[in-house]
Design a protein around this ligand. Structure first.
Ligand code: PLP
Length: 397
């Protein structure tokens, strides 16, 4: 029981009664990580920049320790770890840095299924005349078109942006090969590892990518903390002004991220095995209850905690409204205003509209149990059935 438990004694009602299966959107903070964060806020609250006293020293050593833990999980150099507010900021810094240190406009190759944090940043750079974007297509399982990738590299690309694993359908990308091919053509690589960290081995020493980004809130640390890991990043080279002054570090967030990474290092493999078994069980149950359900993505190479399905004829926003308060899942395609729009990932996969309109993204996590899975399977199948019964005209779309 946490020493700080009075602060968190009662879980909100929604958390107690609703099965949470939206771990690609965000994860609950692990209580062990929360304990670290609260201790840093309440007891070890010194300013890590003010090492003139013992409080500051403790805070500074907590930051250094966290940097070591992040580096250990990713097999990276501690000096290459830059703490950010999350993946989005890390992506923006990486692309800005790449623009600032290359000839302008930067030639960027971006896969069609990147997260909007990458796509929107690349498009903004293009609108500002700072970059020219080449798109890399994917197949119906969201796997990268390797010959298109190689053709693009031959045109003199400066930076490739590819994700380690997709945040909607969970498809895993061969980042080692992609980075190697990029380097052979003189291009740097930005790897968005937001969904992959802790779920699959990532070894930055071997990967040799220029930039790797991730967000703490996908691995059970609080929101608002993440990292850019880069052997070439220099804050001062972005606009010349960054790095002129060091802001007060978010010590509690940084220490929490370090703790979350340490737990992933210790438990990630076992968690991956457990979650992939539960995911397979859920898939089996759902296919039994909804025989015409379609599984999207690459079943031979997907994230262990991901299940992405379509139930043609059952519009997903209506299904989600039937599940409200019972099971929290998502369509996976909400844009940054939270509004739902057709998934650019499923469009890039060229799935038929009926599959796009009925897609459901399910993400399992550390607290997911077998009974959550049994319950969720029944509830999701019931919601699909109810929506199909209420709107039979949608079934033939
Ligand atoms: N990249 C991927 C693959 C993601 O899944 C997300 C968030 O869902 C992001 C980037 C952006 O992360 P954040 O919102 O934490 O900055």
């Amino acid at each position: 029981m946490s020493k700080y438990s009075p602060l968190t004694k009662q879980a909100p009602i929604a958390q107690r009664t609703t099965v949470y299966l939206d771990h690609h959107a965000t994860t609950p903070v692990d209580p062990r990580v929360a304990e670290v964060a609260i201790r840093m806020m309440v007891e070890e609250f010194g300013n890590a920049n003010g090492v003139e006293n013992i409080h500051g020293e403790h805070a500074a050593s907590a930051v250094a320790e966290a940097r070591d833990k992040v580096a250990r999980l990713l097999r990276a150099e501690p000096d290459d770890v830059y703490f950010t507010s999350g993946s989005t900021e890390a992506i923006q810094l990486a692309i800005s840095h790449s623009i600032a240190t290359h000839r302008s406009p930067l030639k960027i190759a971006v896969s069609r299924v990147e997260h909007k944090a990458v796509i929107d940043t690349a498009l903004r750079a293009e609108r500002l005349g700072l970059a020219v974007v080449t798109w890399i297509e994917v197949d119906e399982k969201a796997r990268l078109d390797r010959s298109g990738y190689n053709r693009a590299l031959q045109t003199g690309i400066d930076l490739v942006c590819v994700m380690a694993a997709n945040n909607e359908v969970g498809t895993i990308y061969p980042i080692e090969e992609l980075v190697r091919e990029a380097r052979e053509h003189g291009a740097n690589a930005l790897i968005d590892a937001t969904q992959a960290v802790g779920r699959m081995p990532i070894n930055l020493e071997e990967l040799n990518a220029a930039y790797v980004v991730f967000s703490g809130h996908k691995i059970y640390s609080p929101k608002g903390i993440g990292a850019l890991v880069s052997p070439i990043f220099e804050p001062a080279s972005v606009f010349g002004l960054q790095g002129a002054h060091h802001p007060t570090p978010n010590v509690s967030g940084i220490a929490a991220l370090g703790s979350a990474c340490e737990l992933m290092e210790l438990e990630g493999e076992a968690e991956t095995r457990r979650l992939s078994q539960l995911r397979d069980l859920l898939q089996e149950r759902l296919l039994h209850l909804v025989p015409d359900l379609v599984v999207n993505g690459d079943e031979a190479g997907r994230l262990p905690h991901n299940l992405h399905v379509s139930a043609p004829g059952a519009l997903n926003d209506v299904v989600l409204s039937h599940l409200r308060g019972k099971v929290s899942i998502s369509t996976g395609s909400a844009c940054n205003t939270g509004a739902q729009e057709p998934s650019h990932v499923l469009r890039a996969m060229r799935l038929p509209d009926a599959r796009i309109d009925s897609c459901l993204r399910i993400g399992l996590g550390r607290t997911t149990t077998a009974s959550d899975i049994e319950l969720a399977a029944v509830q999701i199948a019931q919601a699909i059935h109810d929506v199909r019964t209420a709107f039979p005209e949608d079934i033939d779309v």
